[in-house]
Design a protein around this ligand. Structure first.
Ligand code: FES
Length: 184
């Protein structure tokens, strides 16, 4: 299954182009620009791929989940710490079993909820992972926390909650805006 390198489309290009401009802004304007929503073209994001864009100085991930990936999600639930995302952070419209607006497109902040390391994307797993009943998702190398492909944390790992999902919306079928859910 192909895994995209942490690629930059749309939003990051815009962010990079704006840097000299941001440097000349007043502090309040600079802060607003740094936290501005990022628009991303996901039209070329293939099945199983992960795309990373920068949002508020953090990695935001977009994964195009396959049907097989989605089929695995219910199987994980009995082993998750917060399967219903009761104590985790996500917009209300992502508090569902897939933690997303569109089931196949998963968006989250790529930072571990334990101490802030960046987990790795592991859509496929090694035999050792299967032995411990982990079918893939995200793995944090710092202290071994594992998350499923909806960013839900497994029990008995250091991370206390699921990966955070930022506010987002679709500006068009293949254009995602991360950081806001307000209509323009
Ligand atoms: S920072 Fe991820 S497990 Fe500790």
């Amino acid at each position: 299954m192909p895994v995209a390198a942490t690629t930059v489309l749309g939003g990051m290009g815009v962010a990079a182009a704006c840097l000299p401009f941001i440097g000349s802004l007043l502090p309040s304007e600079r802060a607003r620009a740094a936290g501005a929503p990022v628009e991303v073209d996901i039209g070329r994001l293939e099945d199983g791929m992960l795309l990373t864009v920068e949002w508020q100085g953090k990695p935001a991930w977009i994964v195009r989940r396959t049907r097989d990936m989605l089929r695995l999600l219910p199987d994980n639930e009995r082993r998750l710490a917060d399967p219903g995302s009761e104590v985790s952070r996500q917009p209300a419209y992502c508090r569902n079993s897939a933690r997303s607006i569109e089931p196949e497109v998963f968006v989250c902040v790529g930072i571990c909820t334990h101490l802030g390391c960046v987990p790795t994307y592991r859509p496929e797993v090694a035999p050792a992972d299967l032995d411990r009943d982990w079918r893939g998702g995200f793995h944090c190398p710092c202290h071994g926390s594992t998350f499923d492909l909806a960013g839900r944390v497994f029990r008995n790992v250091p991370a206390p909650t699921n990966l955070v999902i930022p506010r987002h919306r679709y500006a068009a079928r293949s254009r995602l805006v991360i950081g806001t859910d307000d209509e323009a």
